[in-house]
Ligand binder design. Structure first.
Ligand SMILES: Cc1ncc(COP(=O)(O)O)c(C=O)c1O
Length: 392
């Protein structure tokens, strides 16, 4: 084991000073197993990516069937590939008419990059407005609209003309003008605990954006496919975005992302010049069949119907003097503690007891709870018992 850890630490680039060193042997349903055959109940789900848990049979079968037909055959968009157009159609069937046309990417950050470029094509303006504490990915464009200076300062200069407003602060919406191309907003902010956009804020955002012809881009990369108790987070609001970005949970554990808008908007990428956005592997057939199977499974197995009940059970069980509040919605919950010194210890001790939890990027007094959407009530009960024991 020490040998493996040394190889892992020396040859695989690290991003965290003290990684958990969980060595994964296999994963199934809501559990991950290590090489000592110890099972861990997974309350993280690959940071909201494994919507249906691990190795969901419908997803795995779809992937295996596709591997036997073909894998990568051509850069994005050139050939007609069943996995791609079928997924695009299924998405359109479950979205409003104004979000009919999908461009597939490899990841969430790449979906954001595409959405920013598209907004510039649509209204020929350059200013992009983003919210304090937002996270939209780690590539340069996405980083330029990240609402946290600590993570940006080493990489400046970034994209010019990106300006920050305060999430849920109506006064700060005054920064949006007729020079603004788009405002990028998460329906639930995901990097500093889970904070919902208020309906008041969204109503005002909609008003100011329509007066100034500014596009609204929703980053639903973490909320998508059911996590909030609706298929898409914007269904919890009265607002339909002009461009929708999705990724993470849409792949059921496989890499895929997308930005979605009207046919007219998306068609702008075909001319002046042609190939307005290019990706080699975006919309990879394996990712597309995995995503189609995930969405189909969610729609046909009452997954969304049960999310509220699961959320309520978490809220009922997780009562403790060290818990200040539980924020978030559905199975996107943030356990906000009184003491930020305790979060690391609690996450580490829960792992020793067989429960996986995780942190937030910009908030060290909260603990992330984002289990697979398929988690059972018994598993919630079991995980919360471990958590409460370690809070004591
Ligand atoms: C809200 C949000 N946007 C964008 C991203 C970036 O997605 P990816 O890591 O697939 O690039 C993430 C990833 O955590 C996210 O949570």
């Amino acid at each position: 084991m020490t040998d493996i850890i040394n190889i892992y630490k020396k040859y695989q680039a690290q991003t965290f000073p003290s990684p958990s060193l969980l060595h994964v042997k296999s994963a199934s349903g809501s559990y991950i197993k290590d090489y000592d055959n110890k099972e861990y109940l997974d309350f993280v789900a690959g940071v909201s990516a494994c919507s249906l848990g691990h190795c969901n049979e419908q997803v795995t079968t779809a992937v295996q069937d596709q591997i036997n037909k073909y894998s990568h055959v051509m850069v994005y968009g050139e050939y007609i590939q069943d996995p791609q157009y079928k997924l695009a159609k299924l998405l359109a069937d479950n979205l409003p008419d104004s979000l009919s046309t999908t461009y597939f990417t490899n990841s969430g950050a790449e979906a954001i990059e595409g959405a920013i470029k598209l907004s510039k094509r649509i209204n020929k303006r350059s200013e992009i407005i983003f919210c304090k504490n937002s996270y939209h990915g780690s590539t340069h464009g996405a980083l330029s609209i990240m609402g946290n200076e600590e993570y940006k300062s080493n990489y400046r200069p970034l994209l010019p003309n990106c300006n920050q407003i305060i999430y849920n602060n109506i006064e700060s919406l005054k920064k949006i003008t007729d020079k603004t191309s788009a405002v990028v907003v998460e329906t639930i902010q995901g990097a500093s605990g889970f904070i919902e956009a208020s309906q008041d804020f969204l109503n005002q955002l909609k008003k100011i954006c329509s007066v100034n012809d500014v596009l609204i881009i929703f980053d639903e990369i973490q909320t998508c496919f059911g996590r909030t108790g609706k298929l898409f987070g914007f269904e919890n609001t009265d607002l339909i975005p002009d461009i929708l970005c999705i990724a993470k949970g849409m792949g059921g554990g496989f890499p895929i992302g997308a930005f979605i808008s009207s046919w007219d908007n998306m068609n702008k990428l075909t001319h002046n010049p042609k190939l307005g956005h290019i990706t080699t592997f975006g919309g990879h057939p394996i990712g597309c069949v995995a995503s189609h199977a995930t969405l189909d499974y969610i729609l046909n197995n009452n997954i969304i119907k049960d999310i509220n009940e699961k959320e309520m059970l978490f809220r009922e069980l997780l009562v403790h003097t060290k818990i200040r509040s539980i924020s978030g919605k559905g199975l996107m919950l943030s356990l906000d503690l009184y003491d930020n010194l305790e979060t690391n210890k609690i996450v580490e001790n829960c792992m020793k007891d067989g429960l996986l939890l995780f942190y937030f990027l910009f908030n060290d007094s909260s603990i992330r709870i984002t289990p697979p959407l398929t988690i059972t009530l018994d598993e919630i009960q079991k995980g919360c018992e471990i958590l409460l024991k370690n809070l004591d």
